[in-house]
Write a new protein. Sequence first.
Length: 556
Amino acid sequence: MGKPVIVVVDDEASLPTLAGELEARYGAHYEVAAYASPGEALRRLRELRATGPSVPLVLAGQSVQGGTGPAFLAQVREYYPAASRGLLMAMWPPAAAAGPVGDTAALGPIDFYLPRPKWSPDERFYRVVTQSLGEWWRQLGGRFAPVTVIGADRSARTHQVRDLLARNSVPFGYHCSDSEEGRAALERLGVGQSRGPVVVLHPGRVLVDPSTAELAEALGANVQPAWRKYDVVIVGGGPAGLAAAVSASSEGLRTCLLEREAFGGQAGTTSWIRNLVGFPGGVSGAELAVRAYEQAWLFGTQLIYSNPATSLTEQGDMRVIGLEDGSQVRGRAVIIATGVSYRRLGIPELESLIGVGVFYGASTVEAPAVSGKQAFVVGGGNSAGQTALHLSKYADHVVMVIRSRSLAAGMSDYLIREIQTAPNIEVRDHTEIAGGGGSGHLEYLQFRDKRSGQTEQVPADALFVLIGAQPMTQWLPQKVGRDQRGYVLTGPDTGALWTQPRAPLLLETSMPGVFAAGDVRRGAVKRVTSAVGEGSVVISLVHQYLSPAPAQLQTS
């Protein structure tokens, strides 16, 4: 199908230099198609869509022949909705253009801006281009897949395995077991009919319907702590837990981080985060999770996967966490950063279709599967908005179902504006899901109008549920106080549950030496930035609790 194509539209004076720089750096692996006219570029995009080559990136100057760059980039979506769209500017960044550019980005025609290269090589220019291309390859799966999954399309376990690999940024290929490629692969591997997915690891290890722990071990993840004792044990690998691990390890504390499913938590499933400080062009949740994971690992954090915490007890000055496999890990301090899970709809006929048309969370691995179909998103928070925008790049029509009167009740303004201008996203307010079903796969949903009580049945190909939040605290003992909804009480909120002569530290729970950070804590602001902040701040409180500095831990 040929090389992927980078399409560029700019004025005649700047175009030769721009195209030359792109060709020099990326020409070995990409075709660079440069045009002075938006009309010519659109004709080429139509041809490319018909003949097959992919278009990962389209760049356009602010002013182009007969129009503007944003207007042209808005039209690109019709042909290649998954392509990144960048606006070329004269400098980093022109103050006079900051307002218009910000408005354009918020309304959707562009994904990021970047300056034209000023010299050769202009590494700052290349960095933005390379980041965009890297994210495209990440979503596509890359050229080398160290893992191949063979399974039934309409299998909840196949979906779960693919989702876990995607959320942990493990590149993988996929074949439907009923496809020609899938049948040939199973025959070549000598695997007969399997009730679950078959996972093939490079260079040839075969796992038949593996458990999550078996898959994790096969991929080289640690499922057992290396030491008996730690300074800090962090439970939960979302933004708060990862930030705490980075801070603790970088400050010399022996640190262990336990994660049950995927590092990055719910934030790791988010397709694109644009309001995170330090990422003006935005960053995917998966990329953010990988960076934080690597940072914690480089500082020395022991990362334990798929062996979740099941209990917490006190033994003198140590806190003991029981793990699912029956083993234990001990820490002088513990940080609870387990976050929250999305609340269930509680509709039996839909619960039976989880993984086969019904998904809790963003499940970005399923986005390409809704191409040309109709997808529904339940929820009115930022995660729901980001999911709807991501799905709109693939689906013909995306319907957001919200119980409130508008998105403003729980969503950031920049997301609301982008949703309002997306041509294929519809918002159904004052509406809830009353039912649904299908034969082995989701086929229809039932809506209920909260004002009139009337119901309506609509055809549906996929449902993504991102409503409410349920704190993951069921494993904690009664001594760790929680409110009626299960959120952990910290600091002054512990009230009469606190029995020590000293006052509790700000993020300390009613069990001394046990802290909570992020969405699991009552009163937490449900935003990635806030979780990262709490994860960093809690380590200073751990230092206060451990002071004077404890003697060096023994290696036994």
